[in-house]
Structures are given as C-alpha cells and as structure tokens.
Design a protein around this ligand. Structure first.
Ligand code: URA
Length: 236
C-alpha cells in the first residue's frame, strides 16, 4: 500500500500531511529516511515517524452509535465523566469518535479505529452533510426557516446556506430539521439562539449516507462494508 494511505489509516495524519512530513524528512522505513512520498509499504516494514514506531496491524472497525445525552465525546475525560467509548463493549483496541457531539446532544456518532476515515470525514472541503432534529423554544415561523437557510451572521462567522424544514409548530416549542455541512463548535445551538429560539433538545439523525434509523439510544451497530465505502466516496 502507498505509504501516505497506510500512515493515514494508522491515524498519523491526512495523506497530504503525510506527504509533507515525508518531504520534511520525518519518516523512516526500515532505518532509511525517506525524501519522496511515492513508495509502497507493508505491515512487515518498520516505519518511524519522528522516531516513533507506527503500529499498523489493527483490523479496522466501524460502529454507528446512537449517543445518549450525558456522555462526552472524547477518548478520556479529565473530570472522569462517562465518555462515548464507555458505551462500546468490544475488544477493538484504540477506538475514537469521528467528530463531536455536545454532551447534551444525542444521536448519530461514528466510532472507529481508522484514522483515514477520520481525516476524510473531518476535512472541511469534503462537505459532509449532517442533519439535526432540534426541539426549539417558541413558534418557529416559515419566514425564520427561510432566513436561517440562507446563512446567518454569528459574529465570528457567517454560516453557509443550510436546508431547514419545519416539522412541527407549537406556541411554546417547535421541531425543526436542519442540515449543515460545517461543524463549528455548538453551531446548531448558536444558529437557533441567534434566531431567538434556543434549543431545548438536539439530536443528529443523519451523517452523509448514514441515518440513525431505529437504533435505540446507547446502542450501536457495525457499519456494513458498503456503508464504509459510501462514507469514503462521499465528497460534496
Ligand atoms: N451543533 C451543536 O450545536 N451541537 C452539537 O452537538 C452538534 C452540532
């Protein structure tokens, strides 16, 4: 396998960054310092990045978790709070979540040990759509939905156009689906708050080709090979 693909799959960095690291002379294969990225390697090769040995013989695993509220999206929490990895009962080695949901957000989260998928999905230019179902305070009008869908100024940045669908309108609260491809910290909560409708509950229902479906909160399932393939081929 091409060394940039291999090291990306081990979670070292994206393929492009790996190429740059090789050109900077930071990578050795079997004791030889590389200067050009175009070589193939196998798991039998001893690869060091900045002098650190890269272990690459992990079988890749992919889980779709329905994250319940109250779990933090991190590998380990300094304050000892429950993390999303506490919900995965598998002996699968070094797992990590792809992206982040707030502790009080529920819904679709991918957990994997594949660094390449992580870099692929997190790359801003790949524009992976994420859909959230928000229960918001107050009567959310169609005019507000239209304004929100055009992109709004949040002070530090203006959001890109979004798809906004009003599911239910009530005097005290409304249900709205919103699809965005950006992933700024607390973005959906900030967008609704800026419209005067703070979020009461937030759930991610879709990520690219994946939907949460009927998976119970706290449960997870393996992604099928076709789903993994679809995630990797997703661009734009
Ligand atoms: N936007 C938010 O505000 N919170 C999340 O958890 C995800 C997206």
């Amino acid at each position: 396998m091409r060394i940039n693909k291999y090291l990306a799959s081990c979670g070292v960095a994206s393929r492009r960054k790996v190429d740059a690291m090789i050109k900077e002379g930071r990578v050795t294969v079997n004791g030889v310092r590389l200067t050009e990225p175009g070589i193939d390697v196998t798991e039998q090769d001893e690869i060091l990045v900045d002098g650190r040995r890269i272990e690459g013989n992990e079988k890749k695993v992919y889980y779709l978790l329905n994250k319940p509220k109250g779990y933090v999206t991190t590998v380990s929490d300094e304050q000892g709070r429950a993390t999303v990895l506490d919900l995965i009962h598998e002996d699968a080695g070094r797992l990590f979540p792809v992206g982040r949901l707030d502790a009080n957000t529920s819904g679709l989260l991918i957990i994997t040990n594949d660094g390449e998928l992580f870099h692929h999905l997190m790359h801003p230019s790949h524009h992976i759509d994420k859909t959230y179902r928000a229960l918001v305070q107050g009567f959310f009008t169609l005019a507000k939905a239209e304004r929100l869908s055009k992109g709004i100024d949040l002070g530090d940045f203006t959001t890109a156009p979004a798809k906004v669908t009003v599911i239910k309108q009530g005097k005290n609260s409304s249900v709205v689906d919103i699809t965005i491809h950006e992933g700024k910290n607390r973005q959906v909560r900030r967008m609704f708050k800026a419209m005067g409708h703070p979020v009461i509950e937030l759930e991610r229902t879709r990520l690219g080709p994946l939907v949460i479906g009927r998976l119970a909160a706290g449960s997870y399932r393996k992604l099928s090979p076709a789903e993994v393939q679809a995630l990797f081929s997703r661009r734009g």
